[in-house]
Write a protein that binds this ligand. Structure first.
Ligand SMILES: C[S@@+](CC[C@H](N)C(=O)[O-])C[C@H]1O[C@@H](n2cnc3c(N)ncnc32)[C@H](O)[C@@H]1O
Length: 273
């Protein structure tokens, strides 16, 4: 496993994913007393954007640093910006939270969170970052297997799937895991992150997901026209069991990112199947 999220932390796709995740968590908390959150691919939990990996990629400069400097950031980014500010002790700083820290901070008393990560170095960082949060824990385990065998234990399942897409079977494993989660916990909510390089791969994934459930909420964000399939031209969040307020939040996040961080041909679209 070569993937290190530190290269990509705080990029346009993280902003889209994290703003939508926080909106979905809040909406689910409005529906359910106790959520059992499983983050199948947790990463290190938080990132120092002044570090070597982030500086080399420059992705955060084109992402979170532009959002922080913006005077027109819409309300959907409020919780994310607050979390970034808190992580930096209220000062200008280079720390950026990953999904584990964002979700752990926002848990209600009855909720719990488990973040799965396979890399031992990232698990150690994840344990450290989650230590102050009593309802949150790090698990050195395969996230797909954990979700398939434990979803719904201790509350309504909210499963977040955010693989590195280094392996060709990641798409198939997402579909199989979604099927297993819904078989165990039919009221489960899921949020799945995907890169968009070309439309064929994305469409094939959506068609495969539709064999599992017909009720998907899709938030598609293109940063530019899809002319070069070797590039990550955009990203998407595909959700199941998302309350209706998530549609508006996802549109707000995607529209701002496409307009302010995107290039010619960039656009955002949110729809339900
Ligand atoms: C895209 S990053 C996660 C970023 C994180 N969700 C966030 O938003 O801050 C994917 C992570 O999944 C880890 N990983 C890869 N395969 C895994 C698996 N089968 N189970 C758990 N973690 C895995 C990688 O080591 C990497 O740290």
């Amino acid at each position: 496993m070569n993937y290190r999220h530190a290269f990509h932390a705080g990029n346009f796709a993280d902003l889209h994913k994290h703003a939508i995740l926080l909106a979905m968590l809040a909406a689910l908390q409005g529906e359910s007393q106790a959520l059992a959150v499983i983050d199948t691919h947790a990463g290190a939990g938080g990132y120092d954007l002044s570090g070597e990996m982030a500086r080399r990629s420059g992705e955060a400069q084109a992402g979170i640093f532009r959002l922080k400097a913006a005077s027109d950031a819409p309300a959907v980014f409020g919780s994310l910006l607050k979390a970034v500010d808190a992580m930096n002790g209220g000062k200008a700083g280079d720390l950026y939270p990953g999904s584990p820290l964002l979700l752990a901070r926002a848990l209600h008393k009855g909720d719990r969170y488990v973040g799965c990560e396979l890399r031992p170095d990232d698990v150690a960082l994840l344990r450290e970052i989650l230590a102050p949060y009593v309802n949150a824990q790090a698990s050195q385990a395969d996230g797909f297997e954990t979700a398939a065998t434990q979803a719904g234990r201790g509350g309504r399942a909210f499963v977040i799937i955010d693989p590195p897409f280094e392996r060709p079977d990641d798409y198939d494993r997402i579909v199989a895991t979604t099927r297993a989660v819904l078989a165990r916990a039919p009221d489960a909510a899921l949020a799945i992150w995907l890169p968009i390089k070309d439309l064929e791969t994305f469409d094939a994934f959506l068609r495969a997901m539709e064999t599992v459930t017909e009720n998907l909420l899709v938030a598609e964000l293109r940063l530019r026209a899809l002319t070069d399939p070797m590039k990550m031209n955009g990203c998407a969040m595909v959700m199941i069991g998302a309350p209706s307020s998530v549609d508006g939040a996802a549109s707000q996040a995607g529209d701002w990112i496409a307009a302010r961080l995107g290039e010619a041909g960039g656009r955002s679209r949110v729809w339900r199947t």
